[in-house]
Design a protein around this ligand. Structure first.
Ligand code: C2E
Ligand code: MG
Ligand code: MG
Ligand code: MG
Length: 289
């Protein structure tokens, strides 16, 4: 509609752009006020071992309840936070809270003694010179071992090699693990990947969704898993929704996954119950416990 020539089409285009700018400005303003209040909260989605369905990690996922506009998706407000210059502050709050929460589960729940924290990091945070010291001081403050923190960076962030590679190398030198998020949807070349200092490839859920029992459907997921194996990285499948997808991923050599099949992102209070059920339920069919 907006591409149509003529005054009517252009007017529509203009008004929707204005609406977007108005909403963006309102959101940016609202975010500045939301930082540090309970409008921003974290959910935790278990990342499970495919053979036992036990959680090996949790991914922290940010939620924003706007007082007038209601729930806003991070897909919308994270870019706003980046443009408004508050992503570093928000990112550090998320990191501190997620690390503290995971460390408390590790110490209080025997089945979660080895749980890892997976935290999304914006490319802008990597550019901040204080990022590494800030991360290290949070780890010290909350007592979480560096090896138990996984930072998720989207593939497109890593394309900016001069900034990303030294930053990632410094984090890894301290034992922090790095994951490439949404792998396969960005613009990094395979050549680039062989040089990236990363530990984990997260197979984007668009490729998991294609797993339908055919060779063609499995092509990309299989290629990513093999690539990970050859490069010494492990792969985590995102967005697993069906048992067929889980079984096929396991057959392809993927050992860890996350998705609605296992659990939706949940408030911290529900995670202990999830872990208890996972620990006491019998192994999935086909395995002998
Ligand atoms: P992501 O890091 O790729 O996170 C996975 C997204 O997939 C989450 O969406 C999660 O709720 C959703 N998901 C998980 N399992 C399934 C499934 O089986 N099916 C489907 N359809 N979806 C599933 P969410 O929570 O809306 O987050 C969207 C994106 O926002 C995240 O994608 C991440 O890029 C970004 N994000 C979220 N929290 C933060 C944060 O604290 N900092 C930064 N920088 N980005 C964040
Ligand atoms: Mg992620
Ligand atoms: Mg992802
Ligand atoms: Mg994704």
């Amino acid at each position: 509609e907006s591409k149509r020539s003529g005054s009517h089409g252009w007017r529509l285009h203009d008004s929707s752009m204005t609406d977007r700018r108005t909403r963006d400005a309102a959101l940016a303003d609202g975010l500045l006020q939301a930082v540090g209040t309970d409008q921003l909260s974290l959910l935790y989605q278990p990342i499970v071992a495919l053979d036992t369905h036990q959680p090996v990690a949790v991914e922290a996922l940010l939620r924003w309840q706007h007082p007038q506009l209601g729930p806003i998706s991070p897909v919308e407000f994270i870019p706003v936070a980046e443009r408004a210059g508050v992503i570093h502050q928000i990112g550090m709050t998320v990191l501190r809270q997620a690390c503290a929460q995971v460390q408390s589960w590790r110490t209080e729940i025997p089945d979660l003694g080895c749980l890892r924290a997976s935290v999304n990091v914006s490319p802008l945070q990597l550019r901040e010179p204080s990022f590494l010291p800030d991360v290290l001081s949070i780890l010290t403050e909350v007592g979480l071992p560096a090896e138990s923190l996984l930072l998720e960076i989207t593939e497109s962030a890593i394309v900016d090699e001069e900034i990303a590679i030294p930053a990632l190398e410094a984090l890894r030198a301290h034992g922090i693990r790095i994951a490439v998020d949404d792998f396969g949807t960005g613009y990094s070349s395979l050549h680039q990947l062989t040089r990236l200092p990363v530990d984990v490839l997260k197979i984007d859920r668009s490729f998991v969704a294609e797993l339908d029992g055919t060779n063609r459907g499995a092509a990309v997921a299989e290629a990513v898993i093999r690539l990970g194996q050859v490069l010494g990285m492990y792969t985590v499948a995102e967005g697993v929704e069906t048992a067929v997808q889980a079984t096929e991923l396991q057959m392809l050599g993927c050992q860890v996954a996350q998705g609605y099949l296992f659990a939706r992102p949940m408030p911290a209070e529900q995670l202990a119950d999830f872990a208890r059920v996972a620990a006491t339920s019998s192994a999935p069919s086909g395995t002998i416990s």
